[in-house]
Design a protein around this ligand. Structure first.
Ligand SMILES: Nc1ncnc2c1ncn2[C@@H]1O[C@H](COP(=O)(O)OP(=O)(O)OP(=O)(O)O)[C@@H](O)[C@H]1O
Ligand SMILES: [Mg+2]
Length: 457
């Protein structure tokens, strides 16, 4: 009556045997268990229930003066016990706490599983194995690591893995996106500032380097730092100390640096955009994370991994991939690398109505560009014709005109962007979302390649 009055659903069982069967059938959130019962007594039921499900919270109900039994029950895994006669207040409070507690335990377990699988590096291809070997060697040291690779290949994942396997794992991992911070804020972001050190500095701010003290700082998109920032960062790396803006005091910091970029830094140095001395500081242990198309063997495994994760995250029914569909996925070009693959699989798991994913379910661009994924076509002899002819620029068409690898990459990227923009009616936000790049980056590319919206007719 107490429980029903409190809006709990309540199931009664007249004996231990009956209780066991009810638990197995109904999977309750908690059990109130009498000790003295005919047939199987409460202690035995407790042990049996525990063997069935270790996490099921069981509260014993003991008769007058059975304290010794109650203690024994707690030792055998009961979470609490009530004396008869039951106090309404105590039943309600205890039950509420017990349920809250098991909710937290369940949540915690789910989070842990989610975290573990989130940070799992999936794949066994030789190319990836080389990366993992470097990770293993670099992790226990304090050496600076420079992660190189295209967008979406897993640089951040590798950086986190190094930190988690390092002696600094118990300390913080601080990520700084060097490209996203406006030039005029970067110093205060990295080094912090004192209250009142500049207009707008209404509060003291501790910089990223200080936050990362004794831990790891991850300088992401390091190739996009301004000259001024490069000079500042170089100084911290040399001196291992920072000064907050508006403070004369220097603060010693002990940070392990991991940097990442999708830029070719050596070319940036040649163009005078990146400091060579900073490059040498960062490039102690370079780890190149190869693009997905150079480790296609990993694709089926990655597909399964992301499918499972999406299913769990969104409470979906598992789906299988038909071999032909898996084949198409394995041969696609994946310019956005693993991030693009992950997004595609998530979308498929959510949007595909049937139990299995067939070729027809795949997005049309993945199905259609399938043949161009295999780089079998030799590059045609350079012609004076460039992409300015009216036909939609296919990567292959432009590749013919491209002399250097750089030119080829640029031409392909340009063609890809134009194609995607067209598909999305030149809606920049939408396109950026679909190709999974920040809008700012897309704008930058449009400017870089001089892409302008085509007007119909
Ligand atoms: N081997 C892998 N196994 C499982 N998941 C991976 C793997 N590699 C990358 N991922 C996942 O792919 C996504 C993109 O990876 P990440 O953000 O690390 O790439 P990145 O190289 O930092 O890209 P960008 O240069 O665009 O910042 C993340 O969700 C990451 O967890
Ligand atoms: Mg990244």
């Amino acid at each position: 009556m107490i429980l029903e009055y409190e809006d709990y659903q309540f199931l009664g069982a007249a004996s231990g045997q009956d209780g066991l069967a009810t638990v197995q059938r109904e999977r309750p959130d908690a059990v109130l268990l009498d000790i003295k019962m005919p047939g199987m007594d409460g202690m035995e039921v407790l042990r049996k229930l525990h063997a069935l499900d270790e996490t099921l919270p069981i509260i014993m109900i003991s008769g007058h003066g059975a304290t010794a039994t109650a203690v024994e029950a707690i030792k055998s895994g009961a979470v609490d016990f009530f004396d008869k006669p039951l106090s309404t207040e105590r039943v309600i409070v205890t039950l509420r706490n017990v349920l809250k507690q098991s909710e937290l335990v369940a949540e915690n377990r789910d989070l842990k599983i989610a975290m573990e699988s989130k940070y799992e590096i999936v794949g066994q291809s030789p190319a990836l194995r080389t990366v993992l070997e470097s990770v293993q060697r670099a992790s226990p040291t304090n050496a600076t690591v420079l992660l190189l690779g295209e967008s979406g290949v897993g640089k951040e994942l590798v950086a986190r893995t190094i930190h988690r396997n390092s002696p600094r794992a118990g300390q913080r991992f601080i990520q700084v996106n060097c490209a996203a911070i406006p030039e005029e804020l970067i110093e205060s972001e990295l080094f912090g500032h004192e209250k009142g050190s500049f207009t707008g500095a209404t509060e003291k701010q501790v910089g990223k380097f200080e936050q990362a003290d004794r831990g790891t700082i991850f300088l992401d998109e390091v190739g996009d730092m301004s000259q001024k920032t490069q000079a500042k960062v170089l100084r911290v790396l040399q001196e291992q100390e920072v000064e907050r803006l508006g403070s004369a005091r220097t603060i010693k910091v002990d940070v392990r640096v991991i940097a990442a970029t999708n830029k070719n830094l050596e070319e940036a140095i040649d163009r005078g955009e990146f400091r060579e001395d900073l490059y040498f500081r960062l490039n102690v242990i370079p780890i190149v994370v190869p693009p997905l198309r150079e480790r296609r063997d990993d694709i089926p495994r990655l597909v399964q991994h992301f499918a499972k994760r999406t299913t769990e995250e969104h409470n979906l029914k598992p789906k299988r991939f038909e071999p032909a569909a898996m084949d198409v996925l394995s041969r696609y070009r994946w310019r956005g690398n693993i991030r693009e693959l992950r997004n595609t699989i998530e979308r498929l798991m959510i949007m595909t109505p049937a139990d299995s994913v067939r070729v027809e379910d795949l997005p049309s661009d993945i199905r259609n560009t399938e043949s161009s994924a295999a780089p079998r076509t030799p590059v045609a002899a350079a012609s004076s014709e460039t992409a300015s002819t009216g036909a939609p620029p296919k990567a292959e068409a432009q590749a013919g005109a491209a002399g250097t690898l750089r030119e080829f990459k640029d031409a392909s990227e340009r063609a890809y962007l134009v194609q995607k923009l067209r598909e999305n009616n030149w809606n920049i936000s939408k396109t950026a979302e679909i190709i999974d790049t920040p809008r700012s980056n897309l704008y930058k590319k449009l400017e870089q390649y001089g892409i302008k919206q085509e007007v119909d007719g």
